[in-house]
Ligand binder design. Sequence first.
Ligand code: ADP
Length: 266
Amino acid sequence: AVRLRPLQGGPDPRSPAVALFFSDRTKERRVEAMRVDFIATVSHELRTPLASLTGFIETLAGPARDDPRARDRFLGIMRDQAERMRRLVDDLLQLSRVELHEHVAPTAPVELGGLVMHMIEIMGPLAKDRKVTITLDRAPEPLTVPGDRDELLRVVENLIANAMKYGGEGTVEVSLRPADQGRAVELAITDHGPGIPPEHLPRLTERFYRVNEAESRARGGTGLGLAIVKHVVGRHRGRLTIESELGRGTTVRILFPAIAGRRPVL
Ligand code: ADP
């Protein structure tokens, strides 16, 4: 049932104001449905590792009590499950922080060249483990954007991590260059993995959307990485595009507005 509230100025029920009122209620309901759905998904995502932890605690307290080999193996699994829960909670907190502040654009000058190099260095050991070489092709000049350093680090980390997770062995290419005649900075991250079927592309940045559920979980994904990226890019007034070709690989590209005062004189 739709409740009608009186509108200012004595409405004609057929006026556009009434139509607007109806569509507002529809939007409210949609937002509420999304919220309920989100809570259900988060609960499910947390319940799975929690159930596994509880199961192993029972086994360790009972049948496996005096079996040191089983104990070590189960403790290893429990550590992984706890780590998975920690990642999920971290990502949820990060996502809600970014969403909360989305209407306020961050303003501190962040030089992206140094930031990207720093992140590639941090990810070096993981890349080596996975037999991935990360290359950086960057313009020599400083490329500075108004931003939030921690959030931008997280974006670069998530994108390189995805390229390594889904791209398989080989190279991950990171490029950073001025765009739009110096008014913007373009960051692109390319892998040469199997690519993403086109029908999935529009939904990749939705929370918990995964092309392959089992693969994402097996690689320790929370399903929130690209949602975080999208919101950070939105907060930075940037533009995110994902291009992918089956059998060839994927490129994620972000265009950030550059610092206004540093625009070259044209
Ligand atoms: P996850 O934690 O599952 O990696 P993301 O939000 O980072 O979550 O990514 C969502 C999904 O998009 C992934 O589960 C994966 O299916 C797909 N995906 C992301 N990056 C790539 C990539 N570089 N190549 C292929 N698939 C990708």
